[in-house]
Design a protein around this ligand. Structure first.
Ligand code: SAM
Length: 212
């Protein structure tokens, strides 16, 4: 993904510690200290500009959410949304998803969302896909028993690869849609990429998988 550099982004993130958790490792095993209510925690890895996670947090006040994004120039837009909405059940982390186990202990997280993850189409880059087996192991290490991953993409190749990866890992494939927007799935919240690609006529794929 091309990212426009915003030199002021770091300062903006640092000046809102009530929304952007700056030393997440200190909350490992104790994320309830960050939120008003002690309730299940769902995270999105690769949250981008944050529309999905913000709307989810508004719609589901009984769930705590964390949006995780690598690039500060991207997550600042999510921060803008969060400042505007001022939600007690949403926080942001500007960190690399490869380091999830530094920030979360086993059982801290009840669900992982992956939306329109970078496809990394070249086989030699497969290890970078957020559904590669090493990432599935990371998610397993922070999720509750029988925790779930909910995954959406417009990329057929990435979807096929991910279903294989989930299956080879021994996960239960609970729900699969090959055309989300023409399915009976209710309550879909669109991400920025989802809107962009579905407007161009791309089909959206979605699945829910569970560790066993
Ligand atoms: N989920 C958003 C959406 O659907 O609109 C953004 C999709 S964008 C294609 C993928 C995002 O994942 C990018 O913002 C990228 O920086 C982020 N990302 C990729 N690898 C990541 C990682 N290892 N840790 C955190 N974020 C990551």
């Amino acid at each position: 993904m091309r990212v426009r550099h915003k030199p002021w982004a770091r300062e903006m993130l640092e000046s809102h510690p009530q929304y952007v958790v700056s030393s997440p490792e200190q909350y490992k095993g104790n994320w309830k200290a960050v939120f008003e209510k002690d309730q299940p925690l769902h995270i999105e890895v690769g949250t981008g500009k944050g529309r999905f996670i913000t709307e989810m947090a508004k719609a589901n006040p009984h769930v705590n959410y964390i949006g995780i994004e690598l690039f500060e120039s991207v997550i600042v837009t999510a921060l803008d949304r969060l400042i505007e909405a001022d939600l007690p059940n949403l926080r942001l982390l500007n960190v690399n998803g490869e380091k999830l186990t530094e920030y979360f202990a086993k059982g801290d997280v009840s669900r992982v969302y992956l939306n329109f993850s970078d496809p990394w189409p070249k086989t030699r880059h497969a290890k970078r896909r957020l559904t590669y087996k090493t990432f599935l192991k990371l998610y397993e290490e922070i999720l509750i028993d029988k925790g779930e991953i909910h995954f959406k993409t417009d990329n057929q190749g990435l979807f096929e690869y991910s279903l294989m990866s989930f299956s080879e890992y021994g996960m239960l494939l609970k729900f699969i849609s090959l055309d989300l927007h023409n399915s009976d799935f209710e309550g879909n919240i669109m991400t920025e990429y989802e809107e962009k690609f579905s407007n161009k006529g791309f089909r959206i794929y979605r699945c829910e998988v569970q560790y066993q």
